[in-house]
Design a protein around this ligand. Structure first.
Ligand SMILES: *Cc1c(COP(=O)(O)O)cnc(C)c1O
Length: 423
């Protein structure tokens, strides 16, 4: 089930008014839905020792959204300088920030350790000597290589640029210990948009094995292990949902088994991005054209590139579409088969291809579901199209602008500089 019935009920009837007040296009996110998902995650994982969620900032890097995570006691997973700065400006500090960079510069390592630091997740053996000062708590990203495969989206671990090889992982902790680390974590990410929880249980099992192996070699206990994100959501109406209760139950059992053998229990961390916000956002655009070519086309007032790039770049990406009439009522069949397109000079600018939709009239609103993670965040200004504003439907029913639309002057700002010529 894409967008929840509850979100639809609170949103659709009000959309004509919201669209009139703020103008289209926009993304609108659902505070109530995000808080329910987050509180639900905490409740389910209560039996799991010291569970902590670090929301993946790259999924939706908007301060008002990150503040909802803060309100729920979640940390943030950052992986770039701007994400780190955004987190710190919002008051996240130290162990509330998990920093998983790769191909990292010395300057970025330095920055990661300033201003209260963070939990540093080191991605390569060569980087251990480059971290100065070396923190007391250190984490390594593990790449299982041939030992385990993730799902298709993230690719084959042996081809992935991330993490320490299986034969390097003990050496990583040995060197970290020699540099003064006293507390340890272990991280991996081998799935993406996966709705079968069993892959995640495999990850739990695998990391528990690695911690056991490292302890055997070096006599160290782990503060935490981080199975990261990659939990999928149902984009299609008959897609199954990820069985979070089963993940919580089976993880708790595996950790209990581990603690009986090892005499201690590490905390479990996750970095859910898509799972937390994906279903709780929609893109709203106005239908501005009906065109008949070799196919029938519905044209809307924003482009995939600027507003929801997923369908344009991932062949398998699917986002459900609802067409609302001017009164905010979903249009009903009989259907027509259309491509829903934006104005970009690029044929991949299609929100949907050969989709059966009720007949849409010019002036209708197109609601594209599940744009709450990675959709607006991955957008670009290709062809000079501007990224839309973001709104938040508050739990009290008010609607708040949380990111304004880009302006042409924003685009031109990078052409404003002092002359610089190397002769
Ligand atoms: C992208 C990313 C995530 C979040 O992935 P989702 O699929 O949105 O859950 C978590 N951790 C790391 C290290 C990532 O790169």
């Amino acid at each position: 089930m894409p967008m929840s019935a509850d979100f639809q009920k609170r949103l659709f009837g009000r959309l004509p008014e919201i669209a009139k007040y703020f103008e289209t296009p926009f993304h609108i996110f659902d505070e109530k839905g995000i808080l329910e998902t987050g509180e639900g995650l905490k409740a389910l994982l209560k039996p799991v020792t010291g569970f902590q969620e670090y929301y993946a900032v790259k999924a939706l890097p908007t301060p008002a959204i990150l503040q909802l995570m803060q309100k729920m006691g979640f940390g943030l997973d950052c992986s770039s300088p701007s994400e780190l700065i955004m987190a710190r400006r919002l008051g996240f500090r130290g162990e509330n920030i998990m920093f998983s960079s790769n191909d990292t510069s010395d300057a970025l390592f330095k920055m990661s350790q300033e201003d209260g630091g963070c939990i540093l997740n080191i991605d390569d053996l060569s980087m251990i000597e480059r971290v100065n000062p070396f923190p007391e708590l250190i984490c390594f990203r593990y790449n299982p290589g041939e030992r385990r495969t993730g799902n298709a989206i993230i690719g084959i671990p042996v081809e992935a640029k991330y993490g320490l090889r299986h034969d390097q992982i003990v050496e990583g902790y040995r060197r970290a210990k020699a540099r003064g680390a006293r507390r340890f974590g272990l991280h991996t990410m081998v799935i993406s948009n996966e709705r079968n929880y069993k892959y995640m249980i495999e990850t739990v099992r695998m990391l528990l094995e690695i911690m056991e192996m490292v302890n055997r070699e070096l006599g160290i206990h782990f503060d935490f292990f981080n199975i990261s994100g990659g939990v999928g959501i149902p984009y299609k109406p008959d897609d199954k949902t990820f069985d979070m209760p089963a993940l919580a139950r089976e993880s708790a059992a595996l950790i209990r088994e581990f603690s009986l053998k090892q005499g201690y229990a590490p905390r479990l961390f996750m970095e859910c991005g898509r799972y937390m916000t994906g279903p709780h956002g929609v893109l709203v655009a106005r239908v501005i054209n009906r065109m008949s070519k070799y196919r029938e086309y519905i044209g809307v007032d924003t482009s995939t590139c600027a507003a929801n790039i997923r369908p344009a770049i991932y062949e398998s990406a699917y986002h459900q579409i609802t067409i609302l009439d001017p009164a905010g009522r979903p249009r009903q069949g009989p259907g027509e088969v259309v491509d829903v397109v934006g104005p970009l000079c690029e044929n991949s600018d299609k929100f949907a291809k050969q989709r059966t939709l009720p007949r849409a009239e010019i002036g209708d609103l197109m609601v594209q579901h599940d744009t709450g993670a990675h959709s607006p965040a991955m957008g670009s200004n290709y062809n000079g199209w501007l990224r839309p504003q973001q709104l938040l439907l508050r739990a009290d029913g008010s609607v708040e602008l949380i990111k304004r639309a880009e302006t042409i002057e924003d685009l031109f700002a990078t052409f404003n500089f002092e002359q610089k010529i190397l002769k």
